[in-house]
Design a protein around this ligand. Structure first.
Ligand code: NIG
Ligand code: FE
Length: 412
């Protein structure tokens, strides 16, 4: 099956030779072809170029993209979309003056979601999560990382990871699974932190590895959650089971999590709302991708990741949603890209690089996704008729996507 897209006003993120990420100064450059075509064969990109060079190609289907922009789908490298119920009440409590921390301290927050998850059946969780997955696919996401972390019990964590596995079996979108048993200490272990860590190390991890339920290991390293030393022990155990770290650090406090993640060859360090100079310097010339989650900053009214300082220091940056019931009940990558431009002063080129190729790197899929490259998956966004790609962040509240193609097929 071949599909030919013709008369594309501008084809974005064109990489003749595959790159795994773009760093520092390269972030500002978004390679494009104006008046372009793109050929899809089965599930892959088979060719592209200027319309001037389009030879007679016979295709099973032709899409005329006159006036429209085509770009790779978003790679959302950090989400928690498998969860039960919602936390609307906490949202209203925060409007009325309580802080995220106060809510967590009264047993709300992550523990509230864990209670709901453990009270729900696997089928119920699957049904709720699948509608979120379908929603983000329609919004142009073509690869998504999903974390566990609302079980906090052996059964609950395994249940979440099985739901993630089932989603990846039933949907064409690329999914990576991350084990986040170290998301919070369950009430039962409040006074016995070692007891819970032992459960993660000795009961959860072996079972997860045996059933191949996760690709990565995550820890919420933060004051009131897991210390750097605790995270190190958990990362080391994860690594011994073949799980590379991808960690939550520097959301509210800078406590050395970044340095520790780098030491353990973390694929990414995520959140980074609170960054000091040492944190930025530590990331220079490493293989660890910094990931910003601007929708979380927006929803919680906390600082935004200092993108300008980081890019000026030569760092790459990825953007992701953090879709979860507590701090970011939105999986809209278009909003993330717009917010990165509006609030973090990233240029449209930087934000698109951060949400495609660097997002792909941050979830370990840049060999197959994240750019328009022959041989990569045909996961594409076709926009509506728009004046230029600046419109994507500029018209921040509009849905500018006309068609989403995943593995060569238009999704409904
Ligand atoms: O990435 N910060 C830790 N975890 C999630 C939020 C968890 C929650 O509130 O449910 C996050 O923001
Ligand atoms: Fe998160």
């Amino acid at each position: 099956m071949t599909t030919l897209i013709i008369n594309i006003k501008e084809l974005l993120q064109v990489r003749e030779t595959s790159v795994s990420k773009v760093s520092g100064a390269e972030m500002a450059i978004l390679p494009t072809i104006k008046n372009a075509y793109l050929l899809i064969q089965d599930d892959l990109i088979a060719g592209f170029g200027s319309m001037d060079n389009l030879a007679q190609i016979k295709a099973d289907e032709v899409i005329d993209a006159t006036g429209k922009i085509v770009l790779p789908t978003w790679c959302d490298s950090h989400t928690h979309i498998v969860y039960a119920g919602n936390r609307e009440q906490e949202f209203v409590d925060r409007i009325n003056g309580m802080t995220y921390e106060e809510i967590a301290n009264r047993g709300g927050g992550i523990l509230n979601s864990a209670k709901k998850l453990n009270e729900s059946t696997e089928e119920e969780i699957y049904e709720q999560s699948k509608s979120r997955l379908e929603e983000v696919m329609r919004l142009g996401t073509g690869a998504v990382e999903i974390k566990s972390g609302y079980g906090l019990t052996v059964d609950g964590e395994l249940k979440m990871l099985r739901v993630i596995k089932k989603l990846s079996e039933n949907y064409p979108i690329t999914i990576k699974a991350t084990f986040l048993g170290a998301h919070a200490f369950p009430l039962k272990y409040k006074e016995d932190r070692k007891g819970y860590i032992d459960e993660i190390l000795n009961e959860m991890l072996p079972e997860i590895a045996k059933n191949k339920l996760a690709d990565y290991i995550d820890v919420f390293c933060e004051t009131g959650y897991f210390t750097v030393a605790e995270m190190e022990e958990i990362m080391a155990a994860g690594i011994s089971f073949g799980l590379k770290p991808k960690i939550h650090v520097n959301q509210f406090n800078s406590i050395g999590g970044i340095q520790s993640g780098i030491k353990h060859h973390a694929l990414s360090v995520d959140h980074l709302e609170v960054m000091n100079t040492e944190d930025i310097m530590a990331l220079k010339n490493t293989e660890t991708m910094p990931v910003a989650l601007p929708s979380c900053s927006y929803f919680l009214s906390i600082p935004y990741t200092p993108a300008r300082e980081m890019i000026a220091a030569g760092l790459p940056l990825a953007l992701a949603t953090d879709y979860n019931p507590g701090s970011t009940p939105s999986g809209n990558m278009n909003f993330v890209v717009a917010t990165a431009c509006i609030k973090m002063k990233m240029t449209p080129e930087e934000a698109i690089n951060a949400a495609t190729i660097n997002g792909a790197y941050a979830m370990g899929v840049s060999e197959t996704l994240g750019s328009i490259t022959v041989g990569k998956k045909a996961n594409l966004i076709v926009t509506k008729t728009i004046p230029s790609y600046y419109q994507l962040p500029y018209a921040f509240g509009s849905n500018l996507i006309e068609t989403v193609i995943i593995e060569g097929k238009i999704i409904a």
